[in-house]
Design a protein around this ligand. Structure first.
Ligand code: CU
Length: 482
């Protein structure tokens, strides 16, 4: 062989060698199982509505997840307690963020104070039971197993210990994200939201510690349908936030156990939805379906300020069972995109309509009666916030030209029996309150005599009113007059 020939072979070989070195950096593996892992790291776990730092360009690693199961009492809504079973102390459980090719070493720890064994089925696992078979763990023990993340996507995890439905119904679910090579596109804000349905012995709103009701769960008759484990987890001060111009990504899951979610944000259109948490992207979506045991990644840019309401568009769940959250957006208005109210004109084609609530059937008083003035005020405020607040507003200020104020109301303070009658029977026609005429319709309110006494006592003892105390006997006297 000639010398020059040899040199040629050598230079080709070294070129191949160099190329393969460069290649190594961006090798695309057909099979995710072949992606090598180097180094290990402790996974960052977060409580809802927060999510861990994006994976970005990091290499696949051995990722150590330590998840502690805690059975603990929490509050479903004002005055209603519930014993939740949790992954990491929250419902939904801690958010786990991985990338394709990670080798996850999963430590499932069952706190010694817990009463029951549990396990975990992660939908991101390829293997029997999604890990459930290897993770069944008694109180005071820790089980370890490992798995490789083969498929990118957003996955539900949940407890799969019998009775499975009961463990899920008590809050044992969460989300694990598997990002693709190179990570998801970077956005300004990311949040973690998970819907769940709850079944309690008492009816919705019935106070006290409420045990789980198996029969209602089997019948799928939920008392509460909520985001992030309780009524109000994403409203008021707990609302998620963004600024005008920012892009928002919501990781939304549905733990079930029973109901499918029609997830919708009032006043916002989803620019992109990773349907069912997978690769397929739908654009310009109004409402996306999130199956029980499924998830979706939702992205949109916020263009105008305001409060955007997150709901399950099976709408009684939102306004009567708790599936309601808020996204508060701050920033400059854009009148081109949304004008706000331009005019308020009179429109009376057929005179004022008359509406009434169904009047058949007695209202069952399921409530524990208030034992003191303080309890009357407390219970009355809860009833006010559920029933009266939408029209008469938080501070009893009413809505100009539509709903009369209750604060410093001469109409209210002049006649207690008349006020009781209005709550009992509703009111239609013109009245004058503090010198202003109102002509709207108040429907009959579905409140028990106890609740009417409480709510009126609350109203009379708020906002500069006459501080009267209304009793159940007073309500019944007015009720029996007709
Ligand atoms: Cu469990």
């Amino acid at each position: 062989m000639k010398h020059s020939h040899l040199l040629f072979v050598f230079s080709i070989a070294s070129m191949l060698f160099l190329t393969s070195c460069f290649d190594n950096k961006e090798t695309v593996y057909d099979n995710a199982a072949d992606i090598p892992v180097n180094r290990e790291m402790i996974a960052e776990l977060t409580s809802p509505p927060h999510v861990p730092t994006p994976v970005g360009k990091r290499k696949a690693k051995k990722l150590i997840v330590k998840m502690e199961i805690l059975e603990k009492e929490g509050e479903m809504t004002d005055g209603v307690k519930y014993v939740y079973w949790t992954f990491g102390g929250t419902v939904p459980g801690s958010f786990i963020r991985t990338r394709v090719g990670d080798e996850v070493e999963f430590h499932l720890q069952n706190h010694p104070n817990n009463k029951l064994p549990h396990n975990i089925d992660l939908h991101a696992v390829t293997g029997p039971g999604g890990g459930a078979e290897s993770s069944f763990v008694a109180p005071g023990h820790e089980k370890t197993f490992s798995f490789k993340t083969l498929n990118p996507g957003l996955y539900v995890y949940h407890c799969a210990t019998a009775p499975v439905g009961m463990h899920i119904a008590n809050g044992m679910y969460g989300l694990i994200l598997v990002e693709p090579e190179g990570g998801l596109p970077i956005v300004d804000k990311e949040y973690y939201i998970m819907q769940g349905d709850f079944y309690t012995k008492g009816a919705n709103g019935e106070r006290g510690l409420q045990p789980f009701d198996m029969q209602k769960a089997v019948d799928e008759k939920a008392d509460y349908v909520v985001f992030n484990g309780k009524v109000g987890s994403l409203t008021g001060d707990n609302a998620i936030t963004a600024k005008v111009g920012e892009t928002v990504r919501l990781f939304v899951g549905n733990g079930g156990p029973g109901l499918v979610s029609s997830f919708h944000v009032i006043g916002e259109i989803f620019d992109k939805v990773h349907i069912e948490g997978g690769d397929l992207i739908n654009k310009n979506v109004q409402t996306t379906l999130i199956p029980a045991g499924g998830a979706a990644m939702i992205e949109f840019k916020v263009d105008v300020p305001g409060t955007f309401i997150l709901v399950d568009h099976s709408i009684f769940r939102a306004f009567n069972k708790g599936a309601l959250g808020m996204l508060k957006v701050e920033g400059q208005k854009d009148k081109k995109i949304y004008s706000g109210e331009l005019r308020d004109d009179i429109y009376l084609p057929e005179g004022p309509g008359i509406q009434s609530m169904p009047t058949t059937g007695e209202i069952v008083a399921s409530e524990v009666p208030a034992k003191s003035f303080e309890e009357q005020i407390e219970f009355g405020k809860q009833a006010y916030m559920q029933t009266c607040f939408a029209c008469h507003q938080a501070e009893g200020q009413g809505v100009p030209n539509a709903f009369p104020p209750l604060a410093k109301s001469d109409y209210l303070n002049a006649d207690v029996d008349r006020a009781i009658g209005v709550v009992l029977h509703g009111l239609t026609g013109e009245i004058t309150v503090n010198g202003q005429k109102y002509n709207s319709v108040m429907t009959r309110q579905m409140l028990s005599p106890d609740e009417i006494a409480n709510v009126l006592t609350y109203v009379y003892n708020s906002w500069g009113n006459s501080k009267k105390v209304v009793t159940k006997a007073m309500v019944e006297k007015v009720k029996n007059r007709k």
